[in-house]
Design a protein. Structure first.
Lengths: 119, 108
């Protein structure tokens, strides 16, 4: 069974940093590209970042480019999102999301971790 | 960037009735269109991909259609467990992957 479990969310002040983690199990992690997708309170889904199974290529949404860094450790079956220079508008539930092996849609989502940016 | 729109924003339906949700892309995405279902407090779940292929685990009352820029998700007879928010997403031209704003299906 595919499982994606996020952690690392919490309350952080504007300008601060946070590192999210996603522990994957139930599939060959290194073979799959992964994404981070976020959802602000009461709002829709926004794609944040993508990383392929081999760590390249990597893509970011314009809204986070230069502030967030996606990475992965295939030996630990883990995905990460380093978030720096956080802003109020980064407040959201962050989902770890697996890309389908053959096509480019998301086939599995984690349960999400809440990041709140507030002073 | 391909912009996705959905209508209506909210659809009020009685149990047993048919629900028709629309999704439109700002340019052609072929059939590279997915639908997701999200219930309150839960993560989204993949429902349909390739515009019309239903994922295992969802009943046949869910169906998707369309190509190019116009897509439809139909729920033939609403059950209580179907009340949720439904998002469409294009994966034809990325990055960025883009989602529609969602349609909330609630009880009439």
């Amino acid at each position: 069974e595919v499982q994606l479990v996020e952690s690392g969310g919490g309350l952080v002040q504007p300008g601060g940093s946070l590192r999210l983690s996603c522990a994957a199990s139930g599939f060959t992690f290194s073979s799959y590209s992964m994404n981070w997708v976020r959802q602000a309170p009461g709002k829709g889904l926004e794609w944040v970042s993508y990383i392929s199974g081999g760590r390249s290529p990597i893509y970011y949404a314009d809204s986070v480019k230069g502030r967030f860094t996606i990475s992965r450790d295939n030996a630990k079956n883990s995905l990460y999102l380093q978030m720096n220079s956080l802003r109020d508008e980064d407040t959201a539930v962050y989902y770890c999301a697996r890309k389908d092996y053959y096509y480019d849609f998301v086939d599995y989502w984690g349960q999400g971790t809440l990041v709140t940016v507030s002073s | 960037e391909i912009v996705m729109t959905q209508s209506p924003a909210t659809l009020s339906v009685s149990p047993g009735e048919r629900a028709t949700l629309s999704c439109r892309a700002s340019q052609s995405v072929g059939t590279n269109l997915a639908w997701y279902q999200q219930k309150p407090g839960q993560a989204p779940r993949l429902l349909i991909y390739g515009a019309s292929t239903r994922v295992t685990g969802f009943p046949a009352r869910f169906s998707g259609s369309g190509s190019g820029t116009e897509f439809t998700l139909t729920i033939s007879s609403l059950q209580s467990e179907d009340f949720a928010v439904y998002y469409c997403q294009q994966y034809y031209n990325w990055p960025p992957f883009t989602f529609g704003p969602g349609t909330k299906v609630d009880i009439k």
